[in-house]
Design a protein around this ligand. Sequence first.
Ligand SMILES: Cc1cc2nc3c(=O)[nH]c(=O)nc-3n(C[C@H](O)[C@H](O)[C@H](O)COP(=O)(O)O)c2cc1C
Length: 201
Amino acid sequence: MELNLVEEEELAPWRSPLARAINKNQSLTYARYLQLATVTPEGQPTNRTIVFRGFLWQTNQLKFITDSRSQKVEEIEKNAWSEICWYFPKTREQFRLKGKLTLVKADNPHPKLTKVRQTTWQEISDNARQQFTWPHPGKSKVEASAFKLAPPDRANPLFNFYLLLLDPTKVEHLELREEAKNRWLYQIDIYRTWTTQEINP
Ligand SMILES: Cc1cc2nc3c(=O)[nH]c(=O)nc-3n(C[C@H](O)[C@H](O)[C@H](O)COP(=O)(O)O)c2cc1C
């Protein structure tokens, strides 16, 4: 899977409106939940809720985490294209970010990314870490005791802990407040230069 590995890049023009929305909605825990859509090998859309885990360094890439055993991983390995849809209730804004996903596993060849995978594991809550010890997601339900394994090592990620990076190439921002009804389209060209276009809401 290709990855644009730079630790610092020119921040995209949608980065500050998105950062502002995150900031203004930070009192709402659920404003960090968003929907991530992928495509099944049959070409069908599928989506689910995930948690935003910050940006990768000073780049435009968004960080998420997931379980290697989850269905989405199989889909992403076949087709990295994805779109997230993120609604901010307090400011009544929607962001849609389309781009390719990268899965960062234990054997990632870039030591800096392996480090990010490790620090992200260290930063998540005990509850979030515990979920990676649970039985295989999506399989037939097993007895409750199987969900009560000892807490995993806090320092080192479990093998099935994957970092997920979204590198957006098209972003749409919609504002629907009473006093501000706006919509912007941001697109990246082959030279990785962003264009901004104001469009009708
Ligand atoms: C509030 C909330 C937050 C969630 N956060 C994540 C997350 O960060 N990563 C993740 O893989 N799944 C998360 N899930 C579970 C997913 O929505 C989904 O059920 C799971 O990842 C399996 O999806 P899949 O079968 O399409 O892979 C969350 C669910 C909820 C309700």
